[in-house]
Structure formats: C-alpha cells, structure tokens
Design a protein around this ligand. Structure first.
Ligand code: SAM
Length: 285
C-alpha cells in the first residue's frame, strides 16, 4: 500500500498545478489578521532533491516545473509560487523542489500553525527531521484520514485542509468522498482542497457524483489536462494525463482568478498546447 514515493514524481505538471493553487489558497487566508491552521493529510517528505536517482528516473519535473520556473511572462497569480521555487534554487540551476509542507511553511505567519500527517515510515522520518524544533509545525506519523478526525475543527476555526492522496490503492476516490463528508460534518466552515488524478475520466465523474451527493455546498472544481484524452496522441489508457482539485469553501474570487492561471499553465505544460483547463462550480452556493 505504501509503495508510492513522491520523489519519483516531484515537480511534475500535477505538482505545479496543485502547488500554484495551494499558494493562492494560503495567500487568501492571510488576507485577514486572524491566525489560521493548515492541515496536510498526505504530506510527503516536505521537499525534494531533483538530482536524486529516483527523481532522475523519469525526470517528470522536466515536463512540469522546469518549463515554468524561470519564465518572465507569468500571470500575477503564479508569481509567489514561482518565487518560492526560485528561492530554493538561488544559483539558477533547478535542483530542489518544495513540497506542500515547505511551501505552506514559507507562507505561515508567526501566529499561524500547521499539522502534517504522513504514513510512510521513511518519508515521515525525513519530514519530522526537517521540521524538528519548529514550534509552528506538528508532524505526525498517522493515516491522513484519521488526522481529519483528530485535528478538526482546529482551535483557530480558520484554515485549510489539503487532501493529497497518492491514489495507490483501490477505492481511493470513494474513501476521499466519505472522508470529506465526515470532515465537513465536524467543521463546515473550513477550506478543503482535494487533489485527484485524471487517468480514467469515468472514475472522476463517479467521484463528482459521490461528492455532490454528500450535500456539501460551495465546491469549486479546477482541472488541467496536458494531453488529449482520445486520438493518436492520447496517452495509454490508465496513464495520468491530467489532474484536478475540488475546493470546498473557496476564497472570494478564486473562481475568477483561477481561469487565466490554469489556462496559462495549460499553454506552458500541455503537449503542443493541446490539453485543457476548466474551472466550474461542481456545487454552487
Ligand atoms: C502525493 S504524495 C504527497 C505530496 C505532498 N502533499 C506535496 O504536495 O508535496 C502522497 C503521500 O501520502 C502518503 N500516504 C499514502 N497513504 C497515506 C495515508 N493513508 N495517510 C497519510 N499519508 C499517506 C504517501 O506516503 C505520500 O508521501
């Protein structure tokens, strides 16, 4: 079950999509002075060495962050995320890529805090070592779905939950829909960001139905595909050619801001620019 290691995929198109949106969600929380809590249910190791043999195996980052990190013509909504990546690679050579925990940590204000859950023993050890002694960060080796029950609602009553599963076991879409419903029952005003792969579109459509049937309101759906779904250039069946994010209780105007952002990413990351991006309300107000 825990054979998935994110280092093989670090900095790929899906990470760029996810982390660009993560930065927008955290920036929105920082618009108000009141402290917030960030809960990352599937945290990974926190940051990634792209020179490591695992990252070099398929060099997925070449089709992701490598294509955009030094571009000057980026939309304003991407600037903060790319500045973080550049700050980690000050000599102009792309070697380090920040995971969601390090991105979130960079944006945390002195009164904010974050909780990171990671189940893989080795990944947890690396994560815990990185944040050792950091009083704003709590790192737990535990199931991310159990973390929803253990840490929600946060005492701050404001914050973001990122559910970023590795989707390496059967039934994950249904598990996430049920976990989201449970978390929402505990804390209906939190912001939830749920990342998902697009490999088999019917599975995504079923997931949409399952989430819509939970009764949760205000769910924004964002998607990016980097290859056509059908035709001679389509990837082999079952291979991830896109990904999406459901955002429950999205910040004001994310729907307007995300459209141009994702369209720019599509142009930069899709094969011959032939992917697609979409922003729609899965469930409105
Ligand atoms: C996609 S990676 C996370 C990447 C990270 N969120 C980021 O953006 O940098 C998914 C992680 O979830 C871990 N994992 C898998 N199942 C889990 C579970 N049930 N609870 C917590 N972590 C889990 C995997 O070991 C892996 O490190």
């Amino acid at each position: 079950m825990l054979s998935y290691r994110h280092l093989f995929h670090a900095g790929n198109f899906a990470d760029v999509f996810k982390h660009a949106l993560l930065v927008r969600l955290l920036a929105a929380l920082a618009r108000k002075a009141k402290p917030y809590c960030y809960l990352d249910t599937h945290a990974g190791t926190g940051r990634y060495d792209l020179a490591h043999a695992w990252a070099q195996k398929a060099r997925e980052f070449e089709h992701g962050i490598a294509r955009v990190w030094q571009r000057a013509d980026v939309p304003a909504a991407l600037a903060e995320y790319l500045a973080l990546v550049r700050a980690g690679n000050p000599d102009g050579v792309l070697r380090r890529y920040p995971g969601s925990p390090c991105i979130a940590r960079a944006l945390l204000r002195p009164g904010d805090r974050m909780v990171l859950a990671e189940l893989n023993r080795a990944d947890f050890a690396e994560l815990a070592e990185h944040f050792a002694g950091d009083r704003q960060v709590q790192v737990r080796r535990m199931d991310g779905f159990e973390a929803l029950g253990a840490f929600l609602p946060p005492q701050e009553r404001r914050g973001l939950v990122l559910i970023d599963s590795s989707f390496d076991r059967a039934g994950e879409f249904a598990r996430i829909a049920a976990a989201l419903a449970g978390a929402y029952r505990r804390w209906a005003t939190g912001v939830y960001a749920v990342w998902y792969p697009i490999a088999a579109p019917p599975a995504v459509r079923r997931f949409e139905r399952e989430v819509a049937e939970t009764g949760i309101r205000r769910i924004l759906q964002l998607e990016l595909t980097v290859a056509p779904e059908r035709g001679a250039d389509a990837p082999p069946a079952g291979r991830m050619h896109g990904c999406g994010m459901l955002v429950v209780n999205p910040p004001w105007r994310l729907d307007e801001e995300a459209g141009p952002l994702l369209d720019w990413l599509r142009g930069a990351l899709a094969q011959d620019g032939r992917g697609a991006s979409a922003v729609r309300w899965l469930v409105p107000e």
